[in-house]
Design a protein around this ligand. Structure first.
Ligand code: PLP
Length: 395
């Protein structure tokens, strides 16, 4: 078999040497404090059965989509799902992509243009960074969740006189300004002040994009997300919702205006040049949303919220609060500096039956390595109590 070029072997060796080599883990039977399946929908039998029923009713036998959505792959279920999403998420249009990764690279590589500027939170997800890299726009990062730093970065980069013309929006050659953040940050579980940020963007004429990957199914009535909980959806230029986390299936959608949807269909290469999700997958997304809204989804959300509250009260009683990033979401992170140390604690927890992932640098900044606890509706109060007692012992 032809071997990897020497310089690539060396890159792997470097990772081995500094103990950051990644590998694919085997599935395990540990108690789940690591998956994104916040509501247990990935193995929910009612959703599974409903998908089957709905699929039989709506689709002829169709194992694969058979082409890009722009060619033969745009089955009727796609249009039904997108129509449903516009109502559920109170927006003008929705466009389904194959994944959150595809949605973000599609959006950011296509929307910001050469003279435009993108400002992004320093902890933004890799898919957004990759999309920005693929665009011709300039980009600057601002300090995590720091509106004042964002304002000063904009002033530095744009200058007051140009800002005035952006505000006036009088000239077609004006630079457009895009600001991107996450409703719930994937590696911290915290949030920016979305209300203030959206008001600022609205007042200044900037385009705000919010990735809601970890907020859907967790916040808002029926899990509509944090943006709708705060009633700021009309102020967001675009929202990214993903289906691989609380919805327990796969895919994503960009929510925004009808003209944005039309633009993305024409210019977002990650939807144009790829085979569409199978009708079966689209049906599963539909069933998950149906369950969330019409059936018992509220039960799971209620139990998840109770578990989050329980976890936080245990942190307080065990004196662990100071070790954790402040968060009201299903993601709770305990900072443990050093790759070796955080890996050792994760390993010890695994030996006691708990799956809590160690997040290493360079995925997070050096010194900010962490144990990332993902909470679920199916974690029992005993499991929450025990894992935190063990954590205290190992810290
Ligand atoms: C904030 C955020 N955006 C986007 C994605 C990508 O979504 P997907 O897993 O559907 O590709 C993730 C997944 O980790 C994420 O955490």
């Amino acid at each position: 078999m032809p071997q990897l070029p020497q310089k690539l072997q060396q890159k792997l060796q470097d990772r081995i040497d500094n103990k950051t080599l990644r590998s694919l883990p085997l599935s395990n039977n540990l108690i789940d404090f690591s998956s994104n399946d916040y509501l247990g929908f990935a193995s929910n039998e009612t959703i599974y059965a409903n998908t089957f029923q709905l699929g039989l009713k709506k689709n002829s036998v169709q194992n694969g989509a058979s082409g890009s959505r722009l060619l033969s792959g745009n089955h009727a279920m796609y249009n039904e799902l997108e129509k449903w999403l516009t109502q559920f998420h109170n927006t003008e249009s929705a466009l389904v992509f194959n994944s959150g990764y595809d949605a973000n690279i599609g959006f950011f590589s296509a929307v910001p243009q050469r003279n435009d500027i993108v400002f992004y939170d320093e902890f933004i997800h890799a898919s957004i960074r990759d999309g920005i890299k693929m665009s011709n726009a300039k980009s600057y990062k601002f300090k995590h969740n720091d509106l004042e730093d964002l304002k000063s970065k904009i002033k530095q980069a744009v200058g007051e006189s140009q800002l005035d013309s952006v505000r006036a929006s009088s000239n077609i050659s004006n630079a457009e300004i895009y600001i991107v953040t996450e409703a719930i940050f994937s590696m911290d579980g915290d949030s920016p002040d979305l209300k203030k940020l959206s008001e600022y963007c609205d007042a200044e004429g900037f385009h705000l994009i919010i990735d809601e990957a970890h907020a859907i199914g967790v916040f808002g009535k029926n899990g509509v997300g944090l943006v709708q909980q705060l009633a700021i959806e009309k102020k967001a230029f675009a929202r990214i919702v993903t289906f691989g986390k609380a919805l327990g299936c796969h895919g994503a959608a960009i929510l925004g205006s009808e003209s944005l949807k039309n633009y993305l269909i024409n210019f977002a290469r990650s939807i144009i040049y790829t085979t569409a999700l199978t009708p079966h997958t689209v049906t599963t997304i539909f069933s998950s949303y149906n369950y969330l809204e019409l059936s018992n989804g509220q039960n799971e959300i209620g139990v998840l919220q109770k578990n989050i509250a329980l976890f936080k009260s245990k942190l307080k009683s065990l004196g662990l609060e100071k070790n954790f990033v402040s968060s009201v979401s299903a993601i709770q992170c305990c900072i443990v500096s050093g790759n070796d140390k955080v890996k050792t604690i994760s390993q010890k927890l695994a030996e006691k039956g708990f799956d809590v992932k160690a997040i290493l640098s360079p995925t997070v900044p050096e010194g900010k390595e962490r144990l990332r606890f993902c909470l679920h509706s199916y974690n029992s109060p005993d499991e929450v109590g025990l894992v935190l007692q063990l954590l205290k012992k190992y810290l």
